[in-house]
Design a protein around this ligand. Structure first.
Ligand code: IPD
Ligand code: CA
Ligand code: CA
Ligand code: CA
Length: 280
């Protein structure tokens, strides 16, 4: 029974141990010269040698510890499994911050179950069981287990109180797909006069954890990938946040909105009115 409390606790322990080990690798590796190894969807979408090294460490540890589980990660091909559990890993979330010497980057590790254990699970249909977001530069570690709550460095997290949009600090991100950036800029232009302020920290997993910790009131982003959200969304939800898409849909690539219930609805309605989930 993969979602029994004992099993969930075991998965949280594995997620945390792996995120810490990969975190130490990338933090120490940064003291050496960090350079761009390649670009992906656009010239802005960079990958460093440490992104690759961190993912290969996560994969080899998972192969030892959890040989029957599948692995979905940003930098390598999906590895199928037979257990029904898939590990969803972002070896460095916030690569641009990492490259520039800013501390807002993290390793994100989550265990999810979905209806199809062989093909890569569809984020809109999966259930996250365990997650860890570890920021090695400042040593912060967020964990969550389904039904067991969320913690920051062992202290339980609870989302902040409901507050109107105009008094809210709103986080977002822009992704690296060039064709979407004009639309993302238009949304920010409309939103900025309606909120306390906007933050673009550059690390989606930490943005979602900031909702859990109350250091952001609200968060939205278009174009997020499974490895960006799997662990952070569970941390936010287990702290009491609502993580949703637009128009009654689940959070998905076209839009993820997160915040305390009673506060997230106003932002969601605002984004729906702007058609913020379409490229038009
Ligand atoms: C990116 C970061 C960023 C978000 C992008 C992601 P990466 O992940 O989370 O904050 O705005 O959408 O792609 O590429 O640094 O792992
Ligand atoms: Ca990337
Ligand atoms: Ca990422
Ligand atoms: Ca990444």
């Amino acid at each position: 029974n993969p979602d029994s409390p004992d099993q969930v606790r075991t998965l949280v322990e594995v997620a945390e141990a792996l995120a810490r080990e990969a975190g130490a690798l990338i933090r120490d590796g940064r003291r050496q010269l960090v350079t761009v190894a390649a670009t992906k969807s656009s010239d802005q979408d960079v990958v460093t040698a440490m992104d690759l090294a961190s993912e290969s460490l996560l994969r080899s540890r998972l192969a030892e510890l959890r040989p029957h589980d599948a692995i979905l990660g940003e930098e390598e091909a999906f590895r199928p499994g037979t257990s029904g559990i898939t590990w969803v890993v972002d070896p460095i979330d916030g690569t641009v911050n990492y490259l520039y010497g800013s501390s807002a980057y993290a390793v994100s590790v989550a265990a999810v179950i979905g209806p199809d254990p062989v093909a890569a699970p569809d984020p809109a249909t999966w259930t996250a069981l365990a997650g860890c977001v570890h920021a090695p530069e400042d040593g912060r570690t967020f964990t969550a287990g389904r039904g067991l709550g969320a913690t920051l460095d062992g202290t339980a997290l609870r989302v902040g109180p409901a507050r109107p949009l105009i008094d809210s600090l709103v986080g977002t991100g822009f992704g690296y797909v060039a064709s979407r950036r004009r639309v993302q800029g238009r949304i920010v232009a409309e939103l900025l006069p309606q909120v306390r302020d906007i933050r673009r920290v550059g690390c989606a997993s930490l943005d979602l954890c900031a909702i859990a910790a109350g250091t952001l009131d609200l968060y939205y982003e278009r174009g997020l990938q499974p490895w960006d959200v799997a662990a952070g969304a569970l941390v936010a939800q287990e702290a009491g946040a609502l993580v949703t898409g637009l128009r009654g849909q689940a959070a998905q690539e076209s839009m993820t909105v997160a915040g305390p219930p009673g506060r997230v609805e106003e932002l969601r309605a605002f984004l729906e009115a702007l058609d913020a989930d379409s490229d038009g």
